[in-house]
Design a protein around this ligand. Structure first.
Ligand SMILES: [Ca+2]
Ligand SMILES: [Ca+2]
Ligand SMILES: [Ca+2]
Ligand SMILES: [Ca+2]
Length: 273
């Protein structure tokens, strides 16, 4: 009798625990969902942010909507992934690779625009308002391949983009970093690389106001491609041993040698008496 009572109690406890874990799992599953966005042709998302209103923004390209020939595609959803609006941006063949929600509540989207075949793209930067309406756009590049893979809004309100260039630098693809003002006007640009292929995929503004850029290098490292991380100052310059320190160091060394030799001569002269 006592045993069956204990069994009953144990079963009751187990039942309550099982029920609680079931309720818990139902609660957790309600947080999970999936959504698709697109038409009959190709849509590819390359960048995602959680927006300040608790929703999401996705950027990539679409072939189904817009002007055709691949357009930048920005999709804004609510917290459950329900599309609130979407916008396409067309220049030519346009692939968005990186997107940020900007401090004014809008969006900045970076990628490439150009002919379908690789080799003659340029960086393309599109700035929109909070509803995805284009405010301005800028292209950067020359006759060879340029593709932007990474974008940040900088602390001064401008933008920094990183990617690859074949028009400038040491040849055979180099890191290319562009710093712009708040309207996308280029303030400076820098290339980093050697004779082989060097491609930047990610850029951050560092806490000291400089930049760190990562990608792969075929020019340096242990062979084939290696991770490559570059740290620069706020102007994209890699700090080196400052050249102005060389002359004072040389003068100080020369003076020391002269004084030492004079002392030595004096000692030798005194000893000769
Ligand atoms: Ca599709
Ligand atoms: Ca297009
Ligand atoms: Ca180009
Ligand atoms: Ca190179």
């Amino acid at each position: 009798m006592i045993l069956s009572k204990k069994l009953f109690l144990a079963s009751a406890v187990l039942f309550v625990l099982a029920s609680l874990s079931f309720i818990g799992s139902v609660g957790a599953s309600s947080e999970m969902w999936s959504q698709t966005y697109g038409g009959a042709d190709q849509e590819v998302a390359h960048s995602l942010v959680e927006t300040s209103d608790g929703g999401y923004a996705l950027a990539g390209y679409t072939n189904s909507s817009g002007a055709g020939h691949d357009d930048f595609w920005l999709v804004k959803t609510d917290a459950n992934g329900n599309m609130e609006w979407n916008q396409t941006y067309d220049s030519w063949y346009d692939h968005a690779n990186s997107m940020v929600e900007t401090s004014d509540g809008g969006y900045a989207i970076a990628g490439s625009t150009g002919w379908y075949f690789s080799g003659i793209h340029d960086f393309w930067l599109v700035k929109t308002d909070a509803n995805g309406k284009m405010e301005w756009n800028q292209t950067y590049g020359e006759s060879e391949e340029e593709v932007a893979y990474s974008l940040v809004e900088t602390s001064d309100g401008g933008y920094a983009l990183a990617g690859v260039t074949d028009s400038f630098g040491a040849g055979n693809y180099d890191f290319w970093v562009i710093k712009t003002d708040i309207n996308g006007n280029m303030e400076w640009n820098k290339t980093y690389g050697g004779a082989e292929s060097d491609v930047a995929f990610s850029l951050i503004e560092t806490s000291d106001g400089g930049f760190a850029i990562a990608g792969y290098t075929g020019s340096f490292g242990a062979g084939d491609y290696d991770f490559w991380l570059i740290k620069t100052d706020e102007h994209g310059i890699i700090p080196e041993f400052p050249s102005w320190t060389i002359l004072p160091l040389l003068l100080a060394t020369t003076l020391t040698v002269i004084i030492y030799r004079k002392k030595l001569y004096k000692t030798q002269t005194q000893q000769s008496y």
